[in-house]
Write a protein that binds this ligand. Sequence first.
Ligand code: NI
Length: 159
Amino acid sequence: MAIRNIREYGDEVLTKKCKEVKEMTPRIKELIEDMLETMYEANGVGLAAPQVGVLKRIVVIDVTGEDPYILINPRIVESSGEQVGQEGCLSVPGKSGQVTRPDYVKAVALDVNMKPIEVEGTELLARAICHELDHLDGHLYVEKVEGPLQDVKAEDEED
Ligand code: NI
């Protein structure tokens, strides 16, 4: 396992559409392990593969710090409600901004064994799913931010 370099706002790789994962390989398993390690090391609650420079549809999310979701080829199939809150991104260090997201989302994806899984989330998990899936289509939360980006203190968590 290794910590990978997190790409930052302005890096072209963050604007690209990612490709579906067709089969699990040792290399992709290693990528996922590295993504988890990189996310935890940066105190993030989510990380998408393009943030470490890999254009594959893979995200890791852990809003509790205990049990990560690993989502391959994820897709939101249901969403409802609305939440307004502060959002940050490891690719936009030191900043946060207000973004409106659904308050509930259901996503389907594949797990590390390429078996179908379903993830339902509300509040922060719903927000994290939306945020990370946006990365897979080359979108950052800063495109959706309402009002100015704000400076955050270093000890605040970012996703
Ligand atoms: Ni992000």
